[in-house]
Design a protein around this ligand. Structure first.
Ligand SMILES: [Zn+2]
Length: 287
């Protein structure tokens, strides 16, 4: 694999010529290389990857909503709880909400299930995901520009997949209604388990993740996009399902074990204040 040692940080634009980190692929036995930004500490892939070809073979949902009913119900409960903590606290029931990069639409469904009546979803595929509720409006990522302004735009585990995040975020900032907010959740470059699991840390999710952001990097990216940082917090998304599947354990077993590991993961992450994901809330800077 060719390495681009001149790659710049997707967050702050500085060179990613710092420490190199290797990550195991989640699709085959290969591995990739991330470089560390010398300014903000974010990481970005240095390998030259054809992302259009990569995503043409795959939708963006890690876990399709099928199979074991208990696991599906647990996932839906988790997403509902996440939607409550992410959206319900700040948005009125009539708020117009966009789930940008919705994958199979499970998180859009969770938002709608809380009583929000104006929920939109978009992703790369033109066809509406089969698992998306019929009450959620869907469009392809290009057409979303024609759906007007939004009070809330959610990008949950999306930004790390986008090769050039700045122009996308700038365009989305133009679709914010007055007082509107963009809510972003991404893997945390300071995660405790990044240190503990090494090249098998699921936050790398190589080759699908281009970036692993730091809090400082996300703030710099917001600044470059004309957005103000309203809040930065950390949260814990379960990681052991992907980790165990990387060890060759079957998906159903890996997901079941992940549920048992999750409380311990949360305790360790919170004790060290190095949780799995960063949440950042952005608002437009009005002149
Ligand atoms: Zn940077």
């Amino acid at each position: 694999m060719n390495i681009n040692t001149n790659a710049n940080c997707g967050a702050c634009g500085a060179p990613c010529s710092g420490e190199q980190t290797h990550a195991n692929s989640v699709v085959d036995q290969s591995s990739g290389t991330f470089g560390t930004c010398i300014s903000c500490g974010s990481l970005r892939v240095l390998d030259k990857i054809d992302y259009n070809a990569l995503y043409s073979k795959r939708d963006s949902s890690n876990y399709p909503s099928a199979g074991n009913t208990i696991l599906v119900n647990l996932k839906q409960w988790y997403l509902r709880r996440t939607a409550k903590s992410l959206v319900e606290l700040i948005a009125s029931p009539s708020a117009k909400i966009l789930d940008y990069g919705c994958g199979g639409g499970e998180f859009s469904n969770a938002i709608h299930s809380l009583g929000f009546t104006s929920v939109y979803a978009c992703d790369m595929q033109l066809d509406r995901p089969q698992t998306l509720s019929s009450d959620v409006q869907y469009s392809g990522i290009v057409d979303i520009a024609n759906t007007g302004l939004f009070d809330i735009i959610v990008m949950r585990h999306v930004l790390e997949h986008i090769e050039y995040p700045q122009p996308i975020l700038q365009r989305l900032a133009c679709q914010l209604a007055p007082g509107g907010q963009i809510l972003i959740e991404v893997p945390n470059s300071r995660s405790l388990f990044r240190k503990l699991l090494g090249s098998r840390w699921p936050g790398y999710f190589y080759p699908f993740h281009v970036h692993v952001f730091s809090e400082q990097g996300l703030s710099a990216l917001a600044n470059r996009c004309g957005l103000a940082v309203k809040a930065v917090t950390q949260c814990n998304s379960p990681i052991f399902g992907v980790f165990l599947m990387g060890l060759g354990i079957k998906r159903t077993y890996a997901r079941t074990l992940s549920i048992f590991f999750y409380p311990g993961q949360c305790i360790l992450n919170q004790l060290t204040n190095r949780q799995e994901a960063i949440r950042i809330t952005l608002q437009k800077r009005w002149p």
